[in-house]
Design a protein around this ligand. Structure first.
Ligand code: G6P
Length: 612
C-alpha cells in the first residue's frame, strides 16, 4: 500500500529519497512525491504513476538545488480518499507551507476536523484525509515540532504512520505510528525512517520498530522516542538479517519468477531445524507451548486474508486430519467484526506474510482481548503481528517482493504441516506416523524442484490458453484450496477472470458458464478423490470446455480425460498442495507474460494491505 521514506544524513537527498521509494514500489501505489527544505522553504515535487515519473521531474537543475538540503520525506500513495492525482499525492502541506506530512493509514474523523479547520480560515487543496494533519500541526505549533505533531495526533481518530518536516525546525523529522508500521534505521551519521525495512536494508542493519502511539524526533545522530503523552520510552534496537541482495531481481525478468524459483530453498529454510526425526514431530520452540498446553487446545480458528487465507484452508485439513482438533478458517475481517465465540482452549492462528495486514492484525487483537491463545505465522521479522502475538513461527522465506504471493504460500503450508504434526504427536499421532510425515516434509524442496524443471512445458500450455477470458480451477480435498489459490494467482497478474471451485460444486451453477472457450484446470493428482474428479472432468468435457489436468507422473490413464497435462511428481496427500500450487503459479506467470501484463505490480493491488 502507501510507502513512507524519510532521510537525514549526508547523502544526496533527492537520489536517496527516490531510491527509497523505488524499494517500496513493490507494495503497489498510484502516485508519489517528495518534500525537501531548501533555504527555509519546503519544496515539494509530485507525480502520478511510477516513481520513474517522479524521478524524471527532478531535473539536474532541481537535483542541484535540492542537494544543499540534508533531510526530506517521500511517499508512494495508494488512493483511498480522492483519485490518484498530483493534488492528492503526498506530501501535504499547510497553506503557509511550513509543514509537510506524509501519511499511511486513514484519518477517520477527517471530515469533521476539516470542517472546523476551514471555519478557522485554513485553505485545503486536496480531497485527502491526510491534508488535515498538516493544518492541524500548523494549528498546534508553538515552536516545538514534536509537541505540535503529538497534539495534532491526539485529535485524530483512525490509523497512521507519518513523517513530518517543518521549515521552522531544520534537521528534524518527526515520525509516529498507530496501526501503520514505521521503522527507523540507525546508520552512522544518518537516520532513515520508512514504513518497510526494504527501504532501509541497504543503509543499515540496525532498526527500531515503533509501537502504536510512539512518536519520535529523528535527527542525523539521534532518535528521541516518546509516547504520545510525551513520556520517554525505550525500544530495543533490532538487527535485520536480510541480505540486501535478496531484494534484487538477481537476473530474473520479474521478482515473481525469482520467488517462484526460490521456493526449494525458501521451504528448506522454513523447515530447517524444525523437525525431530527421532521423535517424528515438529520442533517449533517459537510456539512456546508444552505438550500439556497442546493437549488443552480443543479448537483452532485460523484468521488471514488473500493467499494466506488459502494457506489457512490447507491448514484446516492438516489440524483436523493429523491432530484431531476441530478447525475453522475465517477471513480476518469477518472474524474481527462478527464477535467470534472464543472459549477456554481456543487457539487463534493468524497467518500473514507481511505481518501488517490491517484486518489480520485486528483479528489478533480481538482474539487476545477474548483470552484466546494467539500465535502468528509470518514472514517479515519484527513486523507487528509477531510482535503482538509474542508466539509463533517465522517462515524465513526471505523478502517477498512480487505483489502476487508465491513462496510465502508454500512456506506457510509447510509450516502449518509441521505445526499440525507437532499438535498431532501431542495427541493421537503415533511416533511411526510422525516419522513418516517428517520424511515426507523433508522431500518437499525436491518435489518443488521437479515441478520447476517443467517450466518450459508449462509455458507452452500457458501460450495455448493465454487468450481465454474466463478460467475455472477445480479441486477436492487437500487440492481444493489449491484450486482457489491457482485462480487467485491468475486473476491477480493476468487480469483473466478465474474462479476456483470445489470440483463437486461446479455443477451447482458455474457449469452453466462452460463452453469451448472456457478452460477448466482440474487438480487430478493421484491422491484420494482422483476418481471423483475424473467424473467432474468428464462433465466439463461434455460441455466442450477444454480440460487441463494436473496429474501424477506416470498416471497415463489421465490422458483420456484431458487435452493438456501438467505432470506433478508422486507425493503424499499432505504434501501434494505444494508442488501443485507451484505449477499453477508458473501457469499464471506465463499467461500474464503472454498477455504483456506488469507482473510484479499488477493494477490496483498492494503487497501489504494496511487499511481495512
Ligand atoms: C494483499 C496481497 C496478497 C496477500 C494479502 C494478505 O492482498 O496482494 O498477495 O495474500 O494481502 O497479505 P499478508 O501479508 O497478510 O499475507
Amino acid at each position: 500500500m502507501c510507502g513512507i521514506v524519510g532521510y537525514i544524513g549526508n547523502r544526496n537527498i533527492a537520489d536517496t529519497l527516490i531510491d527509497g521509494l523505488k524499494r517500496l514500489e513493490y507494495r503497489g501505489y498510484d502516485s508519489a512525491g517528495i518534500a525537501v527544505i531548501v533555504k527555509k522553504k519546503i519544496i515539494s515535487i509530485k507525480a502520478v504513476g511510477k516513481v520513474s515519473a517522479l524521478s524524471a521531474k527532478i531535473t539536474p537543475a532541481i537535483r542541484k538545488e535540492l542537494s544543499s538540503s540534508k533531510f526530506g520525506i517521500a511517499h508512494t500513495r495508494w488512493a483511498t480518499h480522492g483519485a490518484p492525482s498530483e493534488r492528492n499525492a503526498h506530501p501535504h502541506l499547510d497553506e503557509k507551507g511550513r509543514f509537510a506530512v506524509v501519511h499511511n493509514g486513514i484519518i477517520e474523523n477527517y471530515a469533521s476536523l476539516k470542517e472546523r479547520l476551514i471555519s478557522q480560515g485554513h485553505k485545503f487543496v486536496s480531497e485527502t484525509d491526510t491534508e488535515v494533519l498538516a493544518h492541524l500541526i500548523d494549528d498546534c505549533y508553538e515552536g516545538d515540532l514534536l509537541q505540535a505533531v503529538a497534539a495534532a495526533l491526539k485529535k485524530v481518530e483512525g490509523t497512521f504512520g507519518i513523517a513530518v518536516i517543518s521549515s521552522e525546525n531544520p534537521g528534524q523529522i518527526i515520525t509516529a505510528r498507530r496501526g501503520s508500521p514505521i521503522v527507523i534505521g540507525i546508520g552512522t551519521g544518518e537516520t532513515i525512517v520508512a514504513s518497510d525495512i526494504s527501504a532501509i536494508v541497504s543503509y543499515t542493519d540496525k532498526v527500531i520498530y515503533l509501537n502504536d502511539n510512539d512518536i519520535a524526533l529523528v535527527e542525523k545522530d539521534n532518535v528521541d522516542l516518546r509516547n504520545i503523552d510525551n513520556v520517554p520510552v525505550t525500544r530495543e534496537i533490532a538487527h535485520i538479517n536480510w541480505d540486501p541482495g535478496a531484494a534484487e531481481k538477481g537476473g530474473y525478468e520479474h521478482f515473481m519468477l525469482k520467488e517462484i524459483f526460490e521456493q526449494p530453498e525458501a521451504i528448506a529454510n522454513s523447515i530447517r531445524g524444525r523437525l525431530d526425526e527421532e521423535q517424528g514431530t515438529g520442533a517449533l520452540s517459537g510456539l512456546n507451548l508444552t505438550p500439556q498446553d497442546l493437549a488443552t487446545i480443543n479448537r483452532i480458528i485460523i484468521a488471514a486474508c488473500g493467499t494466506s487465507l488459502h494457506a489457512g484452508m490447507v491448514g484446516e485439513y492438516y489440524f483436523e486430519d493429523l491432530a484431531d482438533i476441530p478447525t475453522e478458517v475465517e477471513q480476518a475481517a469477518e472474524f474481527r467484526y462478527r464477535n467470534p465465540i472464543i472459549h477456554p482452549g481456543t487457539m487463534i492462528i493468524a497467518i500473514s506474510q507481511s505481518g501488517e495486514t490491517a484486518d489480520t492484525l485486528a483479528a489478533v487483537r480481538e482474539a487476545k482481548n477474548k483470552g484466546a491463545i494467539v500465535a502468528g505465522i509470518c514472514n517479515v521479522v519484527g513486523s507487528t503481528i509477531p510482535r503482538e502475538t509474542g508466539r509463533g513461527i517465522y517462515l524465513h522465506a526471505g523478502p517477498e517482493i512480487g505483489v502476487a504471493s508465491t513462496k510465502a504460500f508454500t512456506c506457510q503450508v509447510a509450516t502449518l504441516l509441521m505445526m499440525a504434526l507437532k499438535f498431532g504427536r501431542a495427541r493421537r499421532l503415533s511416533r511411526q506416523n510422525g516419522i513418516e510425515l517428517v520424511a515426507d516434509i523433508h522431500r518437499i524442496p525436491e518435489l518443488v524442484k521437479k515441478v520447476l524443471a517443467k517450466s518450459k512445458d508449462i509455458a507452452k500450455i500457458a501460450k495455448k490458453y493465454a487468450n481465454a477470458h474466463d478460467f475455472f480451477f477445480i479441486g477436492r480435498g487437500y487440492l481444493y484450496p489449491v484450486a482457489i489459490e491457482g485462480a487467485l494467482k491468475l486473476k491477480e497478474i493476468s487480469y483473466v477472470h478465474a474462479e476456483g471451485y470445489h470440483a463437486a460444486e461446479l455443477k451447482h451453477g458455474p457449469i452453466a458458464l462452460l463452453d469451448e472457450k472456457v478452460p477448466v484446470l482440474a487438480l487430478a493428482n493421484n491422491i484420494p478423490g482422483k476418481d471423483k474428479i475424473i467424473g467432474n472432468m468428464q462433465e466439463c468435457k461434455a460441455r466442450k470446455a477444454p480440460v487441463i489436468a494436473l496429474a501424477t507422473e506416470g498416471d497415463n490413464e489421465i490422458r483420456r480425460h484431458a487435452e493438456d497435462i501438467i505432470w506433478i511428481p508422486e507425493c503424499s496427500s499432505e504434501t501434494a498442495p505444494i508442488p501443485s500450487v507451484v505449477a499453477l503459479q508458473l501457469l499464471a506467470y506465463y499467461i500474464a507474460k503472454e498477455r504483456g501484463c506488469p507482473i510484479d505490480q499488477p493494477r490496483n493491488l498492494a503487497k501489504s494491505v494496511t487499511v481495512e
